[in-house]
Design a protein around this ligand. Structure first.
Ligand code: UT7
Length: 318
């Protein structure tokens, strides 16, 4: 039996840091409101001309370096993003060209904030069936390009960044299970209304009914963590770490409560990163691994929820 395991992680954040104090000058908001309602204190914003694939390449190289895998040895690229550089070629292929692993399958998928969870689930299955041996799984975004900087409901939330993991075959799991879901009935609550077939906008912007999204996010994340524990015969409290999607500290706290986990066992980066959509979980994972909190052998639950709606989780023995 072949399993997949995370060989290493990597991440990259753009240099420019945008603080809540600066946002106070852009929209009718306060640092106090943003911190208490979301947990966000600052976020990173890509420089002019810096693209999603630019961020992803740096994160990917850091993950490959930590795994001891040469970029040319990657044999599978799954890339989650909602803010691709181009309509096509897809971001997976653009990244492949940068890394020089020509000829291997490379694709991106657009499942919003759960993009990394979907990409991880697919890559896990390719490694487990023997078709991939050094799979690169990426979540990267430049959400600042689809943010309306005059809309206080969204401008204070979204940000840019990239995270990546290298998956390799292993005799023991690794990735124990993944759980993916989608429900298209609530599209109007969270979307970006610009597209090729429907018509391109020169200034595409995220639209969100925050309060409604909040309630559904808490409910669906609660169900998916239950599903994950139950699929693995685990009790609440069995996990070493929760590595959640970083949209709002209050959503994270609700999921931690559901899992009976103290916040000390939760990797929280929302204060520094804001909501980076598909990049959020791999960014948080990389922070936890590199600062030494997450250790080899630890049991992790990764989860995300986003536009669509889409949501998903993974139980991982690191
Ligand atoms: O990652 C994808 C999934 N996304 C999410 O999970 C996000 C889910 N939603 C949220 O995180 C929260 O709903 C928000 C952070 C977006 C909003 O927090 P909330 O506690 O749900 O606030 P609200 O929308 O109910 O607004 C409360 C008040 C309103 O004023 P009134 O009507 O009470 O007078 C808003 O107009 O806060 C006002 N408000 C703001 N005030 C200052 C809304 N945005 C702001 C702002 N600054 N930026």
């Amino acid at each position: 039996m072949i399993y997949s395991r995370i060989a290493a992680t990597g991440a990259y954040l753009p240099e420019r840091v945008l603080t809540n104090a600066e946002l106070e000058k852009l929209v009718d908001t306060t640092d106090e409101w943003i911190r208490t309602r979301t947990g966000i204190e600052r976020r990173h914003i890509a420089a002019a001309g810096e693209t999603t694939v630019d961020l992803a390449e740096r994160a990917a190289r850091r993950a490959l370096d930590a795994a001891g895998v040469a970029p040319g040895e990657v044999d599978f690229i799954a890339f989650g993003t909602t803010t691709p550089d181009l309509i096509f070629p897809n971001c997976g292929v653009l990244l492949q060209e940068r890394l020089g692993c020509y000829g291997v399958p490379a694709f991106s998928l657009e499942t919003a904030c759960s993009g990394f969870m979907y990409a991880l689930s697919i890559a896990d299955k390719y490694v487990r069936c023997g078709d991939a041996k050094r799979a690169l799984v990426v979540g990267a975004e430049t959400l600042s390009r689809i943010t309306d900087w005059k809309d206080r409901a969204t401008a204070v939330l979204f940000a840019d960044g990239a995270g990546a993991v290298v998956l390799e075959p292993a005799a023991a799991p690794g990735v124990l299970s993944t759980h993916l879901h989608a429900d298209g009935r609530h599209q109007e609550l969270l979307y970006c209304g610009s597209g090729v077939s429907k018509g391109l906008s020169l200034s595409p912007a995220i639209t969100m009914a925050g309060k409604e999204v909040f309630k559904i996010a808490v409910s669906k994340l609660g169900s998916v963590v239950d599903e994950t524990l139950s699929a693995n015969g685990l009790e609440r409290g069995a996990l070493d770490w929760l590595v959640p999607h970083q949209a709002n500290i209050r959503i994270i706290q609700a999921t931690a409560t559901k899992l009976a986990m103290p916040m000390e066992r939760v990797i929280v980066t929302v204060q520094d990163h804001g909501n980076t959509s598909a990049a959020s979980v791999p960014l948080a994972l990389d922070v936890g691994v590199r600062d030494g909190r997450i250790k080899r052998g630890d049991l992790l639950l990764l989860e995300a929820f986003g536009g669509g709606f889409t949501w998903g989780s993974a139980l991982v023995r690191y």
